[in-house]
Ligand binder design. Structure first.
Ligand code: IMP
Length: 430
């Protein structure tokens, strides 16, 4: 029996939706363990499109249990809206198939406002966040002043907790010349929705333990990507959670031995939304072409994604940081029309060669990529399902990529369609 963690090995948007959908059909339990509704997964099942942000991908399938772990930050209104949206497409969501951790932290309206206030005043130094309140909510969690799902049980307790957190927020708001946040209206609004959230609330660690004992297959569904990890990413241009696979254990409450296979979703080129260093970024016609062919617009914010060549140095680094066992290579077909394809195999800073991305932002900005150039294959790979059917030049590119990053390619995706996949190894059976 294997449990699989799926994570993005770049800056998010690697095409996790399709892979997670395929794996969730095999899993019994699908658990989100970090992030919030800054994530966006699009699933197309039997012709119906589901745009999921906070709900785990298992929710759209019958007889699967979906878990939102303690490591996730939950905007309760966004969650209820998403539940209604998915229900309107005929999906049943009850306390039998959705479990929310009682210790997950809430994103409240003043978090979203703080995210916006700070991004607006930062000017050129802005992070380019999704403006969903993710950062401020995680700050309150580690600041030990957060409101958690369980706090919705008692109005008295909620009122006291809000007093504490608002003392902090209002001091900052006052300093920035913003209106102070009043707690009374918020208490009423929260108490109104409390029963709708609390029906799903349970000790997730206990449920995970039960599922493990009963030999259920668990899929840990990561959001964003390792280069956005608050410790290991391109800090400060990162999200506020740990996106690495090991955070799946803390994010639901189980031991690291419960994660048996880490699958890193990896795009055959690179994209990033928001600000921050991007060594292989292409601001020319090729970058435009990748964006158009790859439909590189954000699912959550509709922002245009920045595009560039595959950065082998970065992916090799994230594979090590996150203990990735195998990668699912996605969007290979987007490269079909290019005469020449480049892969970054090293960096140069001030004439000195290095084989990793340094942690300092100043150095990250100075880094110049060293490329290996490949001949394009100039023919369609769309829909190919066997490795042997790929053009020789595509196979050369993939082979070199695999050797360079030092991890096995477990599948290759050749179109957004679920069946258009070259399957080399099933992570649940590996
Ligand atoms: P936040 O998570 O909204 O605080 O945004 C911080 C950074 O993470 C910004 O650069 C966002 O664009 C990026 N980000 C957050 N969620 C995603 C995602 O799901 N995909 C890609 N980038 C993301």
């Amino acid at each position: 029996m294997k449990n699989v963690a799926v994570i993005g090995s770049q800056w998010g948007d690697e095409g996790k939706g399709k892979i997670v959908d395929w794996l969730s059909s095999e899993a019994d339990v699908v658990a989100r363990f970090q992030g919030g509704h800054n994530a966006g997964h699009t699933l197309v099942i039997d012709g119906v499109t589901y745009k999921l942000r906070l709900l785990p991908s298992g929710i759209v399938r019958k007889n699967k249990i979906s878990i939102i772990g303690n490591g996730v930050v939950i905007d309760p209104w966004a969650l209820l809206e998403e539940i209604e949206e998915v229900r309107s497409k005929g999906v049943e969501i009850t306390s039998k198939n959705l479990i929310i951790s009682e210790s997950a932290n809430l994103i409240l309206p003043f978090h979203k406002e703080m995210d916006e206030i700070r991004e607006d005043i930062a000017g050129k130094a802005k992070i380019g966040t999704t403006r969903r309140g993710i950062g401020p909510a995680y700050e309150d969690k580690v600041g030990r002043r957060s409101i958690r799902v369980m706090d919705l049980l008692s109005q008295k307790n909620l009122s006291q907790r809000l007093e504490t957190v608002l003392m902090h927020h209002n001091a900052i708001r006052k300093g920035l010349g913003k209106e102070l946040y009043e707690k009374n209206k918020l208490i009423t609004e929260l108490m109104n929705i409390a029963p709708k959230i609390l029906i799903y609330s349970q000790p997730v660690w206990k449920k995970i333990n039960e599922f493990t004992k009963n030999k259920k297959k668990i899929l840990f569904e990561g959001a964003q990507g390792i280069l956005l990890d608050v410790d290991h990413g391109t800090y400060p241009f990162v999200t506020s959670s740990n996106t690495v696979a090991s955070s799946a254990a803390t994010g639901v409450g189980c031991g690291p031995q419960n994660i048996n296979y880490v699958l890193g979703i990896t795009k055959a080129y690179t994209t990033r939304v928001g600000e921050g260093p991007f060594p292989t970024e292409l601001t020319d016609k090729i970058g435009e072409e990748l964006g158009i062919r790859g439909k590189e617009f954000g699912t959550v914010t509709s922002r245009k994604r920045r595009c560039g060549w595959f950065d082998g140095v970065l992916v090799r680094q994230t594979i090590k940081i996150s203990g990735i066992d195998g990668i699912a290579l996605t969007k290979l077909d987007v490269l079909d029309t290019l005469e020449e394809i480049k892969m970054c195999v090293g960096y140069e800073i001030d004439g000195k060669k290095i084989d990793y991305l340094p942690a300092s932002l100043e150095e990250q900005i100075k880094v110049k990529p060293i490329y290996k150039v490949f001949k394009g294959w100039l023919q369609s790979t769309k829909g190919i399902k066997n490795l042997e059917e790929l053009p020789q030049n595509a196979r050369n590119y993939i082979k070199e990529l695999e050797n360079f990053i030092d991890a096995k390619i477990s599948s290759i995706s050749t179109s957004p369609e679920r069946n258009d996949t070259i399957l080399i190894e099933d992570p649940f059976k590996a």
